[in-house]
Write a protein that binds this ligand. Structure first.
Ligand code: SF4
Length: 555
């Protein structure tokens, strides 16, 4: 709770994720969820968890998750059949999974992600096909709403790991992984389902390094020398590069994916993780024979060798009494019910200068939302299952364009009386280049037309030809350019939209008329269509929006 408190107030994030390999195994999870939601629901901070084991997502936990907004819902059946789940000692049945899905749909979730592995020990074609069957059954749990819900099936190739019972098992070859994924692609219906898979090429290399030995250090060096970099990013990852490096080192990578002989030493046998090898052998055979090993936290020690029961022993926490669920903040409940008595609006003017010009519009939204939270500015939230702050922004500015005159409008539960202080607090929280320049009244109606002035500094001085082109444009009454909207070409006369276009030394000052609800132009269009700059010159030109005024001035 202390960490959550500190991190939310210092970051302004609206989502808190409980991350671990298996958050659902934490015995105090229901209590923690209630405490977190009691503390943060008023601030619209939602709580999410990564993939959960089926059975740990109880209706009580789901109830807590949805108190603010329904965050992603991922469960991990891991295998398509009960038989294969018994092999991996999953301890959950198809009925458990379907119960969880039914509860989630009943509570309003529309999307459930199911995570599976292919290539688990003893897997057959039937197990692979059962993944699609299980996804279909899960969707049917939505009952009459089944047509409106979606199941995302996520599949990864099983990579045997050292110090686990399946450390002796083989991993699927590249061809087998691809073939099983293709099989799933062909049998999973398109409507209502989406299949995502982990790239088998990446799983292959993970498998090599997962159970590798010290010879792989030579491979890493060779790959690096041949130019391999940033492989964690899929756009940079090329398995061929590693295969070429392996050839250069005279190594057979496929060998690392093969089954290992339990009688022979393993490359990591000299490393002691506390769990005894005899236990792993026993568990390996138990798995293959589908003998269930219970959870030692609740059903007694299974003798894995980890605990000495003096300094290392299982500690299972449980709260004496779960805390009571606190009702939401009255103002939130009112807003949700659409019953907010009064809404007070204000307009915050800010700059976007320097490096902040490279933020995209969505990033600006997030930066402002978080700055508002950190600065302690309480705004109203939208209604519905996915509440968001009632903040609206001036039209999106192109990435790379600076501005002295952006704004966002806030809807507040009470009037803002300390504008200067709020501006100062926001300026402490906004990144360099973004600076609040004033807070004022939001106009009742937006003007029909605006005059927007930009200055543009191209990288190269304008040539005589470009200056002539500008003069010709200004002397004319029309200048038609082609626009493609929804795959249809249209002619747009841009001349009436340019109020003035002046050149001074190497800079241009452009005033454009922007009319509500009508097609407009931006300074980049002028640079391209009128001045005749190349695409690269357009991208490199420094553009700044200086001021915005109502047009015509006496309107
Ligand atoms: S109680 Fe300790 S030694 Fe026994 S199975 Fe659990 S972790 Fe292993």
């Amino acid at each position: 709770m202390t960490i959550a408190e500190r991190d939310i107030s210092s970051s302004g994030f609206e989502e808190l994720a409980l991350l671990s390999l298996s958050s659902g195994d934490y015995s105090c999870l229901p209590e923690l969820m209630v405490r977190l939601m009691n503390r943060f629901a008023d601030q619209y901070v939602s709580v999410s968890m990564p993939s959960m084991r089926v059975g740990t997502l109880t209706p009580e936990i789901m109830d807590q998750i949805k108190r603010v907004r329904k965050t992603g819902f991922t469960v991990a059946p891991e295998a398509g059949t009960d038989r294969l789940r018994e092999v991996i000692n999953k301890g959950i049945s198809e009925a458990d999974l379907l119960d969880t899905c039914r509860n989630a749909f009943a509570m309003g979730w529309k999307l459930i992600k199911l995570y599976f592995m292919i290539g688990l020990p003893t897997e057959t074609g039937e197990d692979v096909e059962a993944i699609a069957d299980l996804a279909r059954k899960a969707r049917n749990e939505a009952g009459p709403l089944a047509g409106r819900v979606q199941i995302n099936v996520s599949v990864g190739t099983f990579v045997p790991k050292p110090h686990t019972p399946f450390q002796w098992e083989r991993q699927l070859s590249l061809a087998e992984s691809r073939e099983r994924i293709n099989r799933l692609k062909s049998i999973l219906p398109r409507k209502g389902f989406k299949l995502k898979w982990h790239d088998p090429d990446q799983s292959f290399l993970e498998g090599v390094f997962s159970r590798g030995d010290r010879r792989l250090s030579t491979l890493i060096e060779q790959a690096w020398r041949s130019g391999v970099r940033l492989d964690g990013w899929s756009e940079h990852y090329r398995l061929e590069n590693w295969q070429r490096a392996a050839e250069a080192c005279d190594m057979d990578l496929d060998m690392y994916l093969q089954a290992r002989n339990p009688e022979k030493p393993l490359p990591w046998d000299h490393l002691d993780c506390g769990v005894e090898k005899d236990f792993l052998v026993r568990e390996y055979h138990n798995g293959l024979n589908r003998v269930y090993t219970p959870d030692c936290r609740t059903q007694g020690c299974q003798k894995c060798g980890l605990c000495d029961f003096k300094t290392i022993y299982p500690v299972v926490h449980s709260a004496d009494r779960p805390p009571a669920v606190k009702a939401g903040h009255p103002s939130i409940e009112k807003t949700r019910a659409g019953n907010q008595d009064r809404v007070f609006s204000c307009r915050v003017h800010y700059t976007r200068l320097g490096d902040s010009r490279f933020f995209g519009h969505l990033e600006i939204l997030q930066l402002v939302f978080r700055a508002l939270t950190r600065a302690g500015v309480h705004v109203l939230y939208s209604q519905g299952f996915n509440p968001s702050p009632r903040v609206s922004f001036s039209p999106a500015l192109s990435v790379g364009v600076e501005s002295e005159c952006e704004y966002f409008d806030l809807e507040l539960p009470r009037p803002m009386t300390n504008q200067a202080e709020v501006a100062a607090r926001l300026n402490m929280e906004l990144p360099p280049g973004m600076r609040v320049t004033g807070i004022g009244i939001k106009p009742e109606r937006e003007p029909e037309a605006l005059l927007v002035e930009y200055t543009v500094t191209p990288v190269n001085a304008l040539s005589d030809k470009q200056r002539e082109s500008i003069a010709r444009f200004l002397a004319g009454e029309h200048h038609f350019v082609e626009r493609v909207r929804k795959n249809r070409k249209k002619q747009l006369d841009i001349r009436p939209l340019v109020h003035s276009l002046e050149t001074e030394d190497s800079a241009l000052t452009i005033s454009l008329i922007s009319m509500q609800g009508k097609a407009g132009i931006n300074p980049k269009d002028i640079l391209r269509e009128v001045v005749g700059l190349s695409e690269e010159e357009v991208l490199l030109a420094r553009i700044k929006k200086n001021r915005v005024a109502i047009f015509p001035a006496n309107a």
